[in-house]
Each structure stands twice: as C-alpha cells, then as structure tokens.
Design a protein around this ligand. Structure first.
Ligand code: FBP
Length: 331
C-alpha cells in the first residue's frame, strides 16, 4: 500500500528545486512544521488545561490577548530561536521585532513573521483557529544586527508563506512560490502527511465571507456588492478566524472581505503577518488579493510592523466582480 509522503520528506525532496544548497531554508520550513505540532498538541487539549481565557494584557494592536495566544507566541519564538537558522522574528503579539543576534549563530539569512494564533475570539469556544507565517530573506548583512527594514518588505519579497489550521483535522498549507501544497497531521505517526497536493482555487465560488454585522459602516460599493451576492443566492459563511475563512475559500472558491469600517478606517487585518502570507497562498493557487482601492496586497508598501489594510481575497472572478461594484459607486 502506497504510504503518504511526510512534510519532511517533501521538503528534502524539493530542496534541490529551491537551490537551497545549504539546506538552511528547508531547515527553517521543517522547523515551522515542528512548531506547528507543538502548538497543535496544546490547542487540541486546551479545554483540559488552564490555558483558556484572557491573559489580562492588551497587545500592540489593541487586542485583548488570550492565554493560548501567549503560549503559541512563546513556542514559536523559542522554537525559531533554538533552530539556529532564523535571524529573528516579528509577531502580532510583540510590539517590536526580536533579533536572535548571537555571535555563535552560523548562518541566519532568513527572518520569520507570524500571527501565532489567528482567530483569538474563537479559541475558548473550540472553533477553528490558526497560525500564519511568512519567511523573508533578510536585507541586512548576515552576522550583523537586524533592522526593521528586514521585516517591512513588500509581500512580493516573501520566499515562503503558509498557515496551520487547527480545525476538525490539523492542516499545514504552504508555498515557496511555486505550487501550494496541503499536509494533514496524522496523530498516529506524529507527522504532517501530504493530503492536498498542488491546491488550486476555483475561478468562481458560491460563498461570500464578511462580518455583515458591520454593514452600516461599509462603503456604499461594498453594500451594493453584498446586495448583489444576496440576489445571486450566494451563501454567506463567516467563521471569524481569517485562516479558516480563507482556507474554505481556497478549497471551495468564493470571496473573503474585510473592508474598512468606522472603527478600523484602514481595515482591521495586519498586512505583514496576516494579509501578505495568505495573499501569497491564494495567488499561487490561482486566485487574487487586493484592497478596496484595487491595489494588489503583495505590492503594498509597509512602514509599520502592525500596519493594517482592507482586504478582498479569493477566486479571481469573484474579486473582480466585487471590485467592479466598488468602483461603480462614485462618492
Ligand atoms: P487575531 O485573532 O489574530 O487578532 O485576528 C484577527 C481576526 O480574529 C481574524 O482572524 C478574523 O478574520 C477577524 O479578526 C475577525 O474580526 P471581527 O470579529 O471584527 O469580524
């Protein structure tokens, strides 16, 4: 019986395609897989541990931080630091980037940006949450301290992006710029195994995903588009965890929108560690990702680690249709 190829085997097999002579990049990808397993173990039994609920702290983007957010964040930082092949990280849960600078560190030409646990509002109620990550090649010279510019790079500079979805099963989906591949965690062998090779998003889908509760604060064009979706009998699906909503969109097609609102005039979601990595995944799967001004998310300039943007992401035909509605409305 054919057995499933594991994530490690898959990465090693493709190391030559990546011209990753040193194996450093492949090593970093493998470390992301192990960090995912460590977080998955706790997410799966969170209800049995004293790890649910709020930590009682507010993070740099004003969110009430959950205990599990902190745990996942510490695991990612500790694990990437100990890998010895990651120069530093920028996380949703830390105001500033963390430089792992250490004279002993041999080679560290990559930095990692991540949202340790996306969908915090769903953690305590056992609804799917996720980890989102992006890998950049550092701009500053190896063996020297990192600089903010090593992190504030456009999404088009990402060398890899992915997410882990802690759902009915745990999946890791990533791309290094070519295909998008999905791996499902097999508890029996403790490995992520290739389950969704070369994922492609349908050109059009029957689902739209948005927090319609904010409709009174949306731009007229968005309201018109939502009326159009209703007229088209498009089905509304909104989990409230971006990873889960975008994963469904990747698999079944459709569109996920988080527009600007009065409380978040720039949009709510963060470019660096939420929108860019998921936009790379969707684009490499044949979809599209833009903001309300129809600018490609991956081309947006980043000045601040926690900069926000509006986002319309999903099947190309659906995104184009939505944009046509926004632009048909002249304020
Ligand atoms: P965090 O949980 O990582 O802060 O992410 C933000 C997020 O939870 C997204 O996952 C989700 O799409 C969105 O916020 C939900 O926001 P809202 O509750 O305003 O609809």
């Amino acid at each position: 019986m054919d057995r499933r190829i594991t994530l490690d085997e898959f990465i090693v097999e493709r190391q030559s395609n990546l011209q990753d002579v040193s194996g450093e990049f492949s090593g970093l990808l493998r470390h992301m897989g192990i960090a995912a397993k460590i977080i998955n173990r706790v997410v799966n039994k969170a209800g049995l541990m004293d790890i649910l609920g709020l930590q009682g702290v507010i993070n740099s983007t004003g969110d009430n931080v959950q205990k599990l957010d902190i745990y996942a964040n510490e695991m990612m930082i500790e694990y990437l630091r100990n890998s010895g092949i990651c120069a530093g990280v920028a996380s949703e849960e830390n105001d500033d980037f963390i430089d792992f600078f250490d004279k002993k560190l041999l080679r560290s030409s990559y930095v990692v940006v991540f949202d340790p646990l996306d969908g915090s509002s769903n953690i305590d109620v056992n609804i799917s949450v996720g980890t989102i990550f992006g890998i950049y090649k550092r701009l500053s010279e190896e063996g020297t301290p990192l600089d903010r510019s090593d992190f504030c790079q456009k999404g088009i500079e990402l060398v890899a992006a992915g997410y882990v979805l802690y759902g009915t099963s745990t999946m890791l989906v990533y791309t290094t710029g070519a295909a998008v591949n999905g791996f499902t965690y097999d508890r029996g062998v403790g490995e992520f195994c290739l389950s969704h090779p070369e994922m492609k998003i349908p050109q059009k889908g029957k689902y739209y995903s948005i927090n319609q509760g904010y409709i009174h604060t949306f731009h007229k064009g968005i309201k018109n588009y939502l009326e159009h979706c209703a007229r088209q009998n498009k089905a509304l699906r909104y989990i409230g965890s971006m990873v889960a909503d975008v994963h469904r969109t990747l698999c079944l097609g459709g569109i996920f929108l988080y527009p600007a609102t009065t409380s978040n005039p720039e949009g709510k979601l963060r470019i660096l560690y939420e929108c860019n990595p998921l936009s790379m995944i969707i684009e490499k799967a044949g979809g599209k990702s833009v903001n309300e001004s129809n600018q490609r998310i991956l081309e947006l300039e980043i000045q601040d680690l926690h900069q926000r943007c509006s986002i319309i992401i999903g099947s190309t035909q659906d995104v184009d249709e939505a944009i046509s509605y926004f632009h048909s409305v002249t304020d």
